[in-house]
Design a protein around this ligand. Structure first.
Ligand code: ADP
Ligand code: GLC
Length: 481
């Protein structure tokens, strides 16, 4: 099968969160299964390694409105892995800046442009995909385009699929974006793309794709409800028969304590000595206590947004730190009040708590490897990759029972044999306090703790399985073998 991914993030070239990892790993896994895969994404100013790319199309005229000189772009290509090529849309005005999602008045146009350019690049090269897989809102207007403007083009027969990585971000823009893409006027109605006076990109994708995928089975059920639907629950319900949840996985070429070049020592279930070295190095890197009697390290790597529930952690932690019961390290950025709260926590407990505000790929690996627990108290979590990474690194996660967290972590209680982490139900202060206390109780029993660690390290979160499930979904969407 020929499979085209349209994605705003593609790791390692661009990544704001899990989407970058997920899109790249899925494309790679589909390529390994023998499918011919292309992933199209913008060439942001921050993308490294452009000297190794080659020119696929020197000047592509993209089917959008506006001044003709702005409607052209260059397309670069890079062989990434077996059967997998990345195509980068180069357009200085739209993507020359370093940020992936800058706050700009033309953000809808930026999204619409690269998505339409992805389709035009296929038409111009004659590489006609059987499946067009759109990721999140920025590619949301592709399925409506395929069902209308491009219906009679060679792309009209492709099976369109949309993955919802996060229903909260929907991309709502002014009506003019329909003219920019040449979409027919009848799509401007509440039962179609219109939503509260604007064009809703994700709604268009959900309504027009042949198949709708979310990144975990539990999230697929949750988004049918007002609590998790972010106002689109009725739209999702209209597509319930085409909806399914497929879990992401762990790319062991990138996240593997046996081979990871970004961590100070390697380890495996057979020999965990290296993990102790990683813990010691992490404590030293943050200037924390590193004596043999020091309490366990709880790690966090996260975007600091409401979704992640870390305000609850900030409220729960002082009591534990005051009693010297744990060490805490955090890497993240986002909400400035929350950044401030964590900075203040580190200042208040300098030998027990360390905080880095910012984005740091290497440090994210060192935290996964060096922590004793990984904290992820999300209010909602479509899939979540970090809890799977942490299990792979022998760092039991502490998670709330929602979305992909509920689907990937098996809860520990005294006496349980197959547990892989701590799971709690309620997104409130008591819930997080309970979960942290539970983790400390587990840690105080070295045999039980070791068992949970090993269970997690041996759990299988394979992208090959996820890719197989995607191929099934593509078939259901109408793609031929
Ligand atoms: P989300 O996509 O909702 O942010 P995920 O758990 O799916 O959550 O994926 C987050 C990814 O982003 C992980 O690979 C994590 O390591 C990475 N990440 C998040 N914040 C940072 C940061 N500040 N520095 C480095 N990596 C980060
Ligand atoms: C989104 C979700 C996260 C998921 C990731 C990759 O960013 O918030 O839960 O793991 O996409 O699918």
């Amino acid at each position: 099968m020929k499979i085209l991914h349209i994605t705003p993030e593609l790791a390692p070239w661009s990544k704001a969160g899990g989407l970058g990892d997920a899109a790249a790993a899925l494309a790679k896994a589909l390529g390994s299964l023998g499918h011919e895969v292309r992933a199209v994404t913008p060439l942001y100013g921050s993308v490294p390694g452009r000297e190794s790319m080659s020119v696929l199309l020197n000047s592509l005229r993209v089917g959008v409105g506006g001044p003709p000189e702005k409607a052209a772009c260059r397309v670069m290509s890079l062989h990434v892995a077996k059967n997998f090529e990345a195509w980068f849309i180069e357009h200085e005005d739209y993507y020359g800046a370093k940020e992936i999602y800058p706050a700009r008045p033309d953000s809808a146009e930026r999204a619409a442009f690269y998505a339409r350019a992805a389709l035009d690049a296929c038409l111009a090269t004659g590489w006609i995909p059987d499946v067009i897989h759109c990721h999140d809102w920025t590619a949301g207007l592709v399925p409506p385009l395929l069902n209308t403007v491009l219906k009679d083009s060679p792309l009209g027969g492709a099976a369109s699929v949309i993955s919802i990585h996060n229903l909260q971000h929907q991309g709502v823009s002014h009506r003019g974006i329909m003219d920019f893409l040449g979409l027919p006027g009848w799509l401007w109605q509440p039962s179609e793309l219109e939503c509260l006076g604007g064009v809703n990109f994700l709604k268009g994708g959900i309504l027009h794709a042949k198949r709708v995928i979310t990144v975990s089975p539990t999230y697929a059920l949750e988004i049918l409800t007002p609590q998790f639907g972010h106002g689109l629950e009725d739209v999702v319900r209209r597509r319930e028969s085409a909806l399914e949840g497929i879990l992401n996985g762990v790319d062991l070429d990138e996240w593997n304590p046996r081979t990871d070049r970004l961590i100070p020592a390697h380890y495996s279930p057979r020999s965990m000595k290296g993990k102790e070295e990683c813990r010691l190095a992490l404590a030293r890197e943050f200037g924390l206590r590193d004596d043999p009697g020091a309490p366990p390290i709880f790690g966090v790597i996260s975007r600091l947004w409401d979704q992640k529930g870390l305000d609850l952690a900030a409220a729960a932690l002082p009591a534990f730190l005051r009693e010297g019961r744990l060490r805490f390290v955090l890497l993240g950025s986002g909400d400035s009040a929350l950044e401030g709260a964590f900075r203040a926590l580190a200042a208040g407990f300098p030998t027990l708590c360390g905080v880095r505000i910012g984005y740091d790929h290497g440090l994210s690996h060192r935290i996964e490897a060096g922590s004793d627990f990984f904290l992820m108290p999300s209010r909602f979590e479509p899939c979540g990759l970090n809890q799977m990474y942490s299990m792979t690194y022998g760092t039991p996660p502490i998670v709330r029972a929602t979305g992909g967290l509920a689907d990937t972590v098996r809860p520990w209680s005294p006496g349980s044999k197959d547990a892989t982490g701590i799971v709690f139900e309620h997104a409130d202060l008591q819930g997080v306090e309970w979960a942290i206390s539970r983790a400390l109780e587990l840690h105080a029993d070295p045999k039980a703790y070791r068992q949970v660690q090993l269970n997690g390290m041996r759990a299988e979160f394979s992208w090959a399985r996820s890719a197989q499930a995607h191929v099934e979904a593509y078939r259901k969407a109408g793609a031929a073998l």
